[in-house]
Design a protein around this ligand. Sequence first.
Ligand SMILES: [Zn+2]
Length: 228
Amino acid sequence: MKFELNLRKRNIPKEDLIADLQKVANEIGQGTLTAIIYAERGKYGVNTVLRKFDRSWNNALSAAGLDLNNRINIPEEELFKNLANIWEILGRQPVGKDIEKSNNLSKFSLGTYEKRFGGWNKALESFIEYINGNIGSESGTQEFTDIKAKRQLSQRTSKKINERLRFKILIRDSCICKICGASPAKNPEVHLDVDHIIPYSKGGETLEENLRTLCSKCNRGRSNHFIE
Ligand SMILES: [Zn+2]
């Protein structure tokens, strides 16, 4: 008689694996989870998880609504940039539901924002403070101070439109081209630029009142007339 080992693994439902991934991520207080941490704290083996998700840890994380890049302490600036991108794509203020993984809009999970800022609304508030230039990285703050100092000395602003200012203008203009009305919300191929109304080379300043949102088509058409 031939003796056969029963190597068939218990067939654990995906939902159970997902629930346990979420549980461990929650325990460590992060929106993501590495395989190493899961191996230490998880109820199932890493291989069991991998087998169920096409040998991809990221697939498993994605199914569990966790962040893919296995990074902990993601810089605030990156969280804000991601939020800005989503806002631009939607053409409106994102709600928590927009951040859920299922629609692939967000690089980070809703939980990451909620944990970092103490709730989605708080995340939005921090974001608005960020683009208004009140908080943020040191270099950003420095830049802001420089602009203020320049204004006081009646000197010119710098030509460069930084990320925050760019986004402030996009929100003000509802992420719609001020010439033709195109928007990424209506057509995903539309790319928006922030443009100097009076060109910088003609003495136009990099200030809110001299900036507007244009789609790249309208912006290119304009550059032909105003060579900077
Ligand atoms: Zn346009």
